[in-house]
Design a protein around this ligand. Sequence first.
Ligand code: FUB
Length: 319
Amino acid sequence: SQKEQQVEETTDSVKTFVFAGNPLVRDKFTADPAPMVHDGRLYLYVGHDEYYEGQDTASGGKEFNITEWLCYSTDDMKTWTDHGSVLKPTDFKWAVGEAWASQVVEKDGKFYYYTTAQGGEPYVGKCVGVAVSDSPTGPFKDAIGKPLVSDDMTDNGARGWWNDIDPTVLIDGDDAWLCWGNGTCFLAKLKPNMTEIDGEIEVIDLPRYVEGPWLHKKGDIYYLTYASIGKGQETISYATAPSMKGPWTPRGELTGPAENSFTIHPGIIEFNGEWYLFYHNASQEIDGHKGAIGRRSVCVDTLRYDADGLMLPVRQTSG
Ligand code: FUB
């Protein structure tokens, strides 16, 4: 089985495994990959897709049942350390659950975990929260005791269910930019403290935008990569700009749809001189449980650029 191809070892409570081709993680369903490089090591944060026996999706008719975020790390893209659960939505006292997509960034020796959680009263919709730690593997603590972004800021309190999800952060010199959103792609500057929005929230108009934005920069080019709607399933598309103020030029699709999962979610990073696209699909069966919309598996493939800096289409590989 796929699981047997992956050598697992546990020594002194440190669990490691060797990458055996996609999917990367073979013992749990994982989704919404968010890579970060710090001190020569790549850290990968993911949501843990849990499920209930006998259901293709999650409990109570919900598509997802994600109650924690997990962290993995590597220094060579081959041997990975499993750091286990590093944050739960219930670590935010304003949140009631649903650990949707995230990104972690480092600034001045602190690690900021921007993420999505379901708000409890008075925050009825999904919210963007921020937790902070002195270490990339936690423990992470709620940084501000309230959502960083909630529905009253983006939907006039109309309680849009999913407006405020999937944060991505780009630190660019002295500036830090936060981008997020389902259905609408929002962009705002962060104050130097990384925990407050600075100024107006803007909307970026992108073709077929659905969710899952990911910001990165290479040379002088800014890239905004996102889940777009293709032929009834999400694909990954992107746009480029000469500055974070735009204008954003659509550059088409980076990938086709992900096998079996409906959603796909980009996480792009340079590490040891190579560029990588992390994403998820639902190709994997674990212990007799087939992949499904809420039983996804994180994958990684190399990413290449042409001479003009445009990203070349990525072929999704399997192990
Ligand atoms: O994992 C829950 C949601 O599915 C994420 O927030 C979206 O990006 C999609 O991957």
